[in-house]
Design a protein around this ligand. Structure first.
Ligand code: ZN
Length: 331
């Protein structure tokens, strides 16, 4: 097929598909102006999970961020829709809006209290991971000793299954994730993780983790951060390498997109400096990190078509697969 023809086919496929980005990477801070969400909406994204907190920040700040972000979405009903059920996502798309829910990167946000799971769910949090890079009260982080789930972590999974919150294994230690996938009664995701077999970074996940995720019926969202894609390179070809690896070993129904797209919102350097232990220098060498922006998605589609993916595979990757899991898990 000629290049022009392929580009046209990719453009049409992208325009007709549901587009789901399972994790934003910008600073979770109540002072951030969510007008930035237009970067996704104008790129044709129909659903974005917005991060409202991670283990590094105190849980009170997470609640403030969640409150501020909820209020902003409520005040912009012509363009955005706060997700309650999975059906809100196609509904937002049909009405020209972008659906938004929230996610938590680490269970420090619970402050040791199981009841917080249901409270966060009621406030729009639809997925939560165990430990952000370092171990915590729930389990192991990916840049710490390979700790397993704690009793608290096990109790949180049962509570997440009960309320319908997605169990997310990104950022967590291998043993913790394998135990979590064994225990969960609902599909489990890696919201934003690349393949270790393609790029051996400590944040990336092994083939065993990818296969275990698929066995739960879950999805691995490929991360758009250059450090995890390899060589701090944001070339769409790199992203396609990770998509195709997960497709090869786990099947095309188990891969999705989570660009983790970040840009400077003002406060991030302060946080990084004060909590440097969360990002070991051998894994995060410093300097500017490259990100794939949502605007690059049509080019990624083109590359995947050129490399042999079917239209149905691309539609699953762009959003169909994550939508399926949300329909099964969210209540
Ligand atoms: Zn993350």
């Amino acid at each position: 097929m000629l290049d022009d023809e392929l580009r046209e086919r990719a453009r049409a496929l992208y325009a007709g598909a549901l587009v789901w980005d399972d994790h934003s990477g910008f600073d979770p801070d109540a002072r951030v102006d969510l007008a930035c969400l237009d970067r996704w909406r104008s790129a044709g994204v129909h659903y974005l999970s917005v991060n409202v907190g991670y283990d590094v920040v105190p849980w009170r700040k997470t609640l403030q961020t969640l409150a501020a972000f909820r209020a902003w979405i409520e005040q912009h009903p012509a363009d955005y829709l706060l997700v309650r059920t999975a059906e809100d996502v196609p509904r937002a798309r049909q009405t020209g809006r972008m659906a938004v829910s929230f996610d938590l990167e680490g269970m420090n946000a619970l402050d040791g209290d199981l009841h917080m799971v249901s409270a966060y769910y009621a406030l729009g949090v639809r997925q939560m991971l165990f430990a952000y890079n370092l171990n915590n009260a729930a389990g192991g982080g990916c840049h710490d000793g390979d700790a397993g789930l704690t009793d608290f972590g096990r109790a949180v999974i049962r509570e997440m299954n009960r309320v319908g919150m997605l169990v997310d294994c990104s950022h967590s230690a291998r043993r913790t994730t394998l135990q979590a996938m064994e225990l969960s009664s609902a599909p489990v995701i890696f919201s934003h993780s690349c393949a270790h077999a393609v790029t051996p970074h400590g944040r990336n996940i092994t083939d065993a983790q990818i296969r275990a995720c698929a066995a739960t019926g879950g999805v691995v969202g490929i991360n758009g951060v250059g450090l995890f894609l390899g060589g701090n390179d944001r070339a769409p070809e790199r992203f396609a390498d990770h998509v195709l690896h997960v497709t090869d070993i786990a099947g095309p129904e188990h891969v999705g997109i989570a660009l983790d797209y970040a840009f400077d919102t003002g406060g991030i350097a302060e946080v990084l400096g004060a909590h440097a232990d969360y990002w070991p220098p051998q894994e995060y060498p410093g300097g500017a990190v490259e990100f794939i922006a949502p605007q690059a998605l049509p080019e990624i589609v083109e590359i995947l078509l050129r490399r042999g993916c079917s239209d149905a595979q691309v539609q699953g990757l762009l959003g169909g697969n994550f939508l399926r899991v949300a329909q099964q898990v969210w209540r």
